[in-house]
Design a protein around this ligand. Structure first.
Ligand SMILES: CC(C)(COP(=O)(O)OP(=O)(O)OC[C@H]1O[C@@H](n2cnc3c(N)ncnc32)[C@H](O)[C@@H]1OP(=O)(O)O)[C@@H](O)C(=O)NCCC(=O)NCCS
Length: 151
């Protein structure tokens, strides 16, 4: 598997939005990604193959706490460690710049993402009842998770 890894820019917004639409029932727009990728508080990393974005992750880092806003891997390329590599690299960057804590939320029924986050050291802090509704007949809880980068 040969791919390159780099930060995404507003020029990558169409590719990011297209990939996001393959993974989420309520995908973000190109304009949302363009704004995020231009925001100095955002930290992004993507894997690209033959010019196409095959996986990317986006944190928002404010006041020492970075929230994982989204992460997605192309359906044909899942379970190959692509998201794990992105999250490890981004965590290293955030730790080096002094970020104290990472946070995220994940749908209770998202087994792959929950497995990935737990294996990277995220632990559950609480729940937001019935938070996820898009594309679902029955609302699903958000599981709130965090990981300390200190000590
Ligand atoms: C979640 C997501 C980003 C993971 O991307 P990925 O590149 O496949 O992730 P990785 O291969 O690095 O790791 C996935 C892990 O989950 C495991 N996994 C996959 N499906 C699983 C399932 N149904 N149950 C439990 N674990 C599962 C894989 O085996 C792998 O673990 P391992 O490294 O210990 O073998 C991808 O599934 C995706 O894009 N989903 C749609 C969007 C989404 O849900 N994003 C997260 C929102 S919080």
């Amino acid at each position: 598997m040969t791919y390159t890894t780099r930060a995404l820019t507003p020029a990558d917004a169409p590719a990011a939005a297209a990939l996001h639409a393959l993974g989420f029932a309520d995908p973000w727009s190109e304009a949302s990604f363009a704004a995020q990728f231009a925001d100095p508080a955002a930290l992004t990393l993507g894997h690209l193959e033959d010019g196409a974005v095959i996986a990317f992750a986006l944190f928002r880092d404010i006041a020492g706490e970075a929230d994982l806003l989204t992460v997605a891997t192309h359906p044909a390329r899942r379970s190959q460690g692509l998201a794990r590599a992105l999250l490890i690299a981004l965590t290293q960057t955030l730790a080096a710049r002094g970020t104290a804590r990472l946070t995220l939320d994940v749908a209770e029924d998202n087994a792959a993402a929950r497995h990935l986050y737990a294996s990277l050291g995220f632990t559950e802090d609480g729940r937001r009842k019935g938070y996820y509704t898009a594309g679902r007949a029955v609302p699903v809880d958000a599981v709130l998770m965090s990981k300390s980068l200190q000590g």
